[in-house]
Design a protein around this ligand. Sequence first.
Ligand SMILES: [Zn+2]
Length: 286
Amino acid sequence: MALSRLPLLTSDNYYQDDTYMDVSSFKPFLQCEAAAYAKYHDQYKPSKPKSGLDPLIFGNFIHSYFESDESHKAFLQKPDVIDEMHIHKSNGEVTAKLKQAYSEDGLANRMIKTLEDEPLFDDLYMPGDKEVIVTGEINGFAWKGKIDSLNLERGYFCDLKTVDDLLKKHWIEGKHYPVSFAEERGYFMQIALYQELIYQNYNKWLQPFIFAVSKQDVPDHDLYDFDTDEIREILDEQIETIKDKQQRVFDVIKGNVKPTRCEHCEYCRATKKLTGSTHITDIELR
Ligand SMILES: [Zn+2]
């Protein structure tokens, strides 16, 4: 499809749209194509985290608070955040009881308060335009992103992340040392893409920041910058990875090539069938 004929994205159709690629759909294909394909085509739902809370909904609850009163009010009506509905016998009025995590003194509101009490957050995150959708192209492929807080005037943009524990060690395939949440979740690729899409739309290279707030009982928070020459190289590599892999990912999604199984992930374990035996001395350690 010619890029000029692609649909206009709005906050209503952003998540349903599948004509543009986004980092959270793309990155799983770099880890395990079989799992990513099954998830992309709704053939497989990954097991829920122990908290029972969908991390995307949880994160969006916090984003909507800082976006606008209307967005947050609309969010409070969503079935995902409601525990049960009460119909009052006297007047038939219906009120919603929110799930514990979203209640007034619940975790989500404690995380919001943590950010609200931070002067740097007030100075950097609050003035920008919120949830700005940007689209563009990388070597002929259409990409999209949603900028949490965009400040063209002052020359930067911020992404807001909710994280279990900011300092936790994460282990990823191919690395023999632990990495940070930012590396484990592919945030370098997301930031690099956002910087590129903003440039394509506004002709400006903006400085990226990540505000992160933790899901601990007493939430931690921090502000991360990308302001070194070393990081430029890392960000450029991320765009190169997108260029190298996007044709293959597109072909897998379309069913033109068979997705490769990693044989280690949750999906592969759940669907594994043996084709023979492994010699006892050949057990591959990870
Ligand atoms: Zn797998």
